[in-house]
Design a binder for this molecule. Structure first.
Ligand code: FCB
Length: 448
């Protein structure tokens, strides 16, 4: 497998997110985000870790973008911290925050790296959570205000925009299970948050299209192949319900299909939060969608799980495949299945894999990190992306999660996903074997 197999217009990249990397949580006028608050709550994050410093990207972005360049990665996806731009969520903007992204974009361009921007990668300003956050329909106009400011500042240089990162995860983990910020639980939080997130994609998508005329506008969706544990009917039905929740909940309303209520009846509860006219506000014709895949899920019927009546079987119970530090089964065929599944919807013009990667324990020995499991993970997933491409499916790009080790949400710093190792005591960086491999793979003029 060589880069040329994917074609000359295939987009290669690496992805990151503001809260996981920037640190500088209260510097230069930044306001607190829900994750700043959440990480201070006892017992929420493994080992009590927080992201006050993280991988210090706010101060070290030049060094890190130089790695992107050095590894021949042509595209860098990052997110904008909303509370760095608007410390109170709305109202008066923080010029120093805007200046930071201005410098970051310039730095990318100086290195001939194309910046791809995600507007919302989970760090809502705490001031807005105090007003209900995603459960408050006003979040639509709040987010428009934020989006307009960011677009106004960098639209001349940024041509790829993503509205949301993984709405299923931030509404599910943050507003139903309470394991991510803001730590809310139950359907009365989840349903309104989900509906407003679904509406935000169209609302902010339309704004971006008018503010940035030549932009490609997209949004990203988490997805996993869902397999029934047995071919017994009740497991097959359970897998269908899980698929509706995990893979279909947000893409289908955007595509004008509506919420997948037929296959997961409990979703009818969303209707309570719908207003007249919402049916026509939900759809939006994105220029591309980002799909983000890490694993698959095996699902079994369960009477004990409310609403869903299904549970996910542990990766260990499934057999011989390797398992990552996140407890996720390595199952490369899942990325192929997801490209096929999302590509089968009508009106999906372009798919980019905007995240794929793995966490494994890394050791530094003689200044090197021989992360062969991660390297193999990337190669085996790319082989499946190539398989999809060669079958004519509409996949047009692939981004590794992530550039440097960083703050992995509830897992703290234990789960390392980077192509570049970070010593969080000294902030020293070492390119891992996986990073070197990706760099060689992408190099158009390899040294002979
Ligand atoms: C995704 C997130 C990303 C990162 C990876 C491992 O769900 O978008 O921020 O944490 O998982």
């Amino acid at each position: 497998m060589v880069k040329a197999d994917f074609g000359s217009d295939f987009q290669w990249g690496v992805s990151s997110a503001a809260f996981q990397t920037e640190g500088a949580w209260n510097i230069h006028g930044k306001g607190p985000s829900i994750w700043d608050t959440f990480t201070r709550r006892k017992g929420k994050i493994k080992n009590g870790h927080h992201a006050d410093v993280a991988s210090d990207f706010y101060h070290r972005y030049q060094e890190d973008i130089a790695f992107v360049k050095k590894l021949h990665i042509p595209n860098f996806r990052f997110s904008v911290s909303w509370p760095r731009i608007l410390p109170a969520g709305i109202g008066s903007p923080n010029t120093k925050g805007l200046d930071f992204y201005d410098r970051l974009v310039d730095c990318c361009l100086q290195h001939e790296v194309d910046p791809w921007v995600t507007l919302y990668h989970w760090d809502l300003p705490q001031a807005l959570q105090d007003k209900g956050g995603w459960t408050n329909r006003d979040v639509l106009s709040w987010m428009e205000e934020f989006a307009a400011l960011v677009a106004g500042r960098i639209r001349d240089r940024v041509k790829h925009w993503m509205v949301l990162n993984e709405p299923t995860v931030f509404t599910g983990a943050g507003y139903f299970f309470g394991v991510h910020a803001p730590g809310l639980t139950g359907l009365r939080n989840f349903f309104p948050a989900a509906h407003h997130a679904a509406l935000a994609m169209g609302r902010v998508g339309r704004l971006l299209r008018s503010e940035v005329p030549d932009a490609a506008v997209g949004s990203t969706f988490s997805c996993s192949g869902i397999h029934p544990a047995t071919n017994r009917r009740r497991d097959v039905e359970a897998a269908k319900r899980a698929d509706a929740l995990i893979n279909r909940l947000f893409i289908e309303p955007v595509l004008g299909i509506g919420y997948p209520v037929m296959d997961l009846k409990a979703l009818k509860g969303i209707e309570k939060y719908m207003q007249a006219g919402d049916d026509s506000l939900l759809p939006f014709d994105f220029d591309f969608i980002g799909i983000q895949n890490y694993t698959r899920e095996v699902v079994r019927h369960s009477y004990f799980v409310p609403y869903l009546k299904a549970r996910i079987c542990s990766a260990k119970s499934r057999g011989a495949r390797p398992i990552t530090d996140m407890g996720w089964e390595v199952y490369p065929e899942s990325i192929y299945d997801m490209i096929k599944k999302f590509g089968a919807y009508p009106n999906v013009p372009k798919i980019y894999v905007t995240e794929n990667g793995s966490a494994f324990p890394d050791t530094v020995a003689n200044g090197e990190v021989a992360d062969l499991q991660r390297l193999k993970y990337l190669q085996s997933h790319l082989a499946q992306v190539l398989r999809a491409k060669q079958e004519g499916l509409n996949v047009h790009g692939y981004f590794v999660w992530t550039l440097t080790d960083n703050f992995e949400w509830a897992e703290g710093y234990d789960a390392r996903f980077g192509l570049v190792h970070v010593d969080f005591q000294t902030q020293q960086r070492i390119v891992k074997a996986s990073g070197k491999w990706y760099g060689t793979f992408l190099d158009d003029q390899p040294a002979t």
